[in-house]
Ligand binder design. Structure first.
Ligand code: COA
Length: 329
């Protein structure tokens, strides 16, 4: 049995934070941000709302599109690096709000790579025949952990959510064909948030030392991302005896336009085959891929039977690719 995507949706907050706005906040310029990252603006969620709010909105869009009610869901799997709180899980908060009364759920933590890890995980529950309807959500409120006095990071991130519905297919022709995922914890000093976990619970000192903000060694992460995103995408194509021309769309994690361009060049793939929307949203962490997929679908960029490759990387380091055939008419 194959797992197919039967619905895709997203949510972005209305409020825009533009490069011009950031020029008023830190020592930066629209020119620097545009040339170094490709980002023009990002969305920021209201202070009194959490990640689950966006996850619910994205999931509702999927349910409406598919024409089913929430109580038909078997499982809600949420990837996030910014849960509403340490516990209960964001999946539980979303379950409550959706009134999805016949399912269980959990959160999965894999930084920016979270959505692809969650999709791969969910596909196993479908392939075994255990479940029939799984809502996979990637959502992050990065504005809750970004230091808006640090120009190195505050220009990069935004808030968003994306979601897909996974169901079984009775043909072997469509759906998730393969995935390759990797974890290398030696990246733990390059991208992290030190405070708020069990090692360093919140104290006045952790707050004074700004340990509840995301920290990133941008240059190190950049090099890692270019190499690994290109390599893992090439590897999944080789393993499945496909070439770049066979793929309708590559949907990469949107962290920096230069990373996407460098990966495309390294893979010798035409840039038109990449879905790129970083200009409008920045890096929305685990939401970038489902958000880009949802927009590409709305724009009619994929047809039933098209090969799609997702490629991702993030904190850990965690990285990987997922190959599937589009299944929606
Ligand atoms: N505006 C103006 N100048 C800035 C700036 C900003 N927003 N941010 C950094 N700078 C400065 C730096 O302080 C540095 O100044 P210095 O040379 O005087 O020290 C200079 O610009 C160059 O910084 P550098 O780090 O070399 O820039 P870069 O070209 O590597 O771009 C990133 C920085 C963060 C955009 C880039 O490294 C990157 O995208 N890294 C990967 C990020 C990523 O993918 N993260 C998510 C993982 S999921």
């Amino acid at each position: 049995m194959r797992a197919i995507i039967t619905g895709v949706g997203h949510f972005v907050p209305d409020r825009k934070l533009t490069n011009k706005d950031l020029e008023q906040m830190v020592d930066t310029s629209d020119e620097w941000i545009t040339t170094r990252t490709g980002i023009k603006e990002r969305r920021i969620l209201e202070k009194d709302k959490g990640t689950s709010y966006m996850g619910v909105k994205a999931a509702k869009m999927v349910l409406e599109q598919r024409g089913i009610s929430a109580d038909e869901l078997d499982l809600i799997l949420v990837s996030t690096a910014t849960p509403d709180m340490m516990f209960p899980s964001t999946a539980a908060l979303i379950q409550k709000e959706l009134k999805a009364t016949n399912c269980w759920g959990f959160d999965l933590s894999a930084g920016c790579a979270g959505f692809v890890c969650a999709l791969a995980t969910a596909s196993q529950f479908i392939e075994t025949g255990k479940y029939k309807k799984i809502m996979v959500i990637g959502a992050d409120k990065m504005s809750s952990i970004v230091n808006y006095e640090d120009r190195n990071t505050c220009v990069l991130f935004g808030d968003a959510a994306g979601a897909v519905l996974l169901e079984p297919s009775n043909t072997d022709d469509l759906g998730i064909e393969d995935f390759l995922l990797y974890l290398d914890g030696s990246g733990d000093k390059s991208l992290y948030m030190a405070g708020g976990g069990s090692l360093m619970p919140a104290t006045l000192e952790t707050v004074d030392n700004q340990m509840h903000y995301l920290y990133q060694d941008g240059k190190t992460v950049f090099k890692f991302a270019v190499t690994n995103m290109a390599d893992v995408s090439k590897k999944i194509l080789e393993k499945n005896r496909l070439s770049g021309e066979d793929i309708k769309l590559f949907i990469p994690h949107q962290a920096n336009l230069r990373i996407i361009d460098a990966a495309a060049k390294k893979m010798k793939i035409n840039r038109d085959q990449f879905v790129i929307n970083i200009e409008n949203y920045g890096n929305t962490t685990t939401a970038t891929i489902p958000l880009a997929m949802s927009e590409a679908y709305q724009e009619g960029r994929m047809q039933k039977g098209d090969w799609i490759v997702l490629s991702t990387f993030g904190a850990g380091y965690t990285w990987g690719s997922l190959l599937f055939k589009w299944a929606i008419d």
